[in-house]
Design a protein around this ligand. Structure first.
Ligand SMILES: Nc1ncnc2c1ncn2[C@@H]1O[C@H](COP(=O)(O)OP(=O)(O)OP(=O)(O)O)[C@@H](O)[C@H]1O
Ligand SMILES: [Mg+2]
Length: 238
């Protein structure tokens, strides 16, 4: 990753004064992010909490380079994202970021194995290697025996784990997960959280969005979004 030997590690996420205004200058204008500062170190497990509409998914989309900020700066693993063109951004996403979207986003006609293997096609991994790779990823989330099942033949928690295996298939250093336990019973949610902790222990950076304080408590650090402004958890409680 970006760190040079001997010096302090480069933060994997380094955000200053990030603003996002939707429909700027119109009656429908929304200031979704109003000057967000956030620094995340490699190998950190961070939870982002906050009420509905406070800007959490907007921030996740910017961290994931799926959208551009109105103002402010973002360095991802030392790279100034604003200096990259669309193709370079796509490469950055592929190399560095795994997404677990709210509601899984699995393709219903494909098996679990095919869903997991999908990003490898974009990464130009030879077809012969994709299957073995995807099988290992499914095994890592405890679903080796469900490889040929379609999403509708899997439980909610199993679908969520397939989505996580897919997010991890390229071993991205950063995992972004938006309400990954929202649809799960508490036991399955605990399994997902245990998986995230193992990933953190393996050196991945995990950023988890949740409205659930019990879920957030599993993270190393909690930040809270309120009306587009990010607070440390202790500040928000005060
Ligand atoms: N594409 C868009 N165009 C205009 N406004 C938007 C758009 N996306 C989000 N917003 C607005 O920006 C604000 C922040 O939305 P965001 O989706 O980031 O909230 P959130 O914290 O993820 O909420 P939730 O917990 O409900 O998922 C909201 O007021 C929302 O209505
Ligand atoms: Mg959201």
């Amino acid at each position: 990753m970006g760190a040079t030997s001997g010096s302090a590690p480069v933060p994997v996420i380094d955000i200053h004064g990030l603003r996002k205004v939707y429909a700027a200058g119109t009656e429908a204008e929304v200031v979704a992010l109003d000057g967000v500062d956030l620094r995340v170190e490699p190998g950190e497990f961070l939870a982002i909490m906050g009420p509905s509409g406070s800007g959490k998914s907007t921030l996740m989309n910017l961290i994931g380079c799926l959208d551009k900020p109105t103002a402010g700066s973002y360095r991802c693993d030392g790279l100034d994202v604003s200096s990259l063109d669309a193709e370079q951004l796509a490469t950055l996403r592929l190399d560095k970021i795994g997404f677990v979207f709210q509601g899984f986003n699995l393709l219903s006609r494909m098996s679990a194995l095919e869903n997991v293997a999908m990003p490898l096609g974009y990464a130009r991994v030879p077809p012969a290697e994709r299957e073995a790779h995807a099988r290992r990823a499914l095994a890592a989330v405890g679903l080796a025996e469900r490889a040929s099942h379609r999403p509708n033949e899997l439980s909610g928690g199993q679908q969520q784990r397939v989505a996580i295996a897919r997010a991890l298939i390229n071993s991205p250093p950063i995992l972004l997960a938006d309400e990954p336990t929202g649809a799960l019973d508490s036991r399955t949610g605990e399994e997902i959280l245990a998986l995230f902790k193992r990933l953190r222990d393996d050196g991945h950076t995990v950023i988890l969005i949740t409205h659930d304080a019990e879920v957030a408590a599993h993270a190393d650090r909690i930040v809270v979004m309120r009306d587009g402004v990010l607070f440390a958890h202790e500040e928000a409680a005060a």
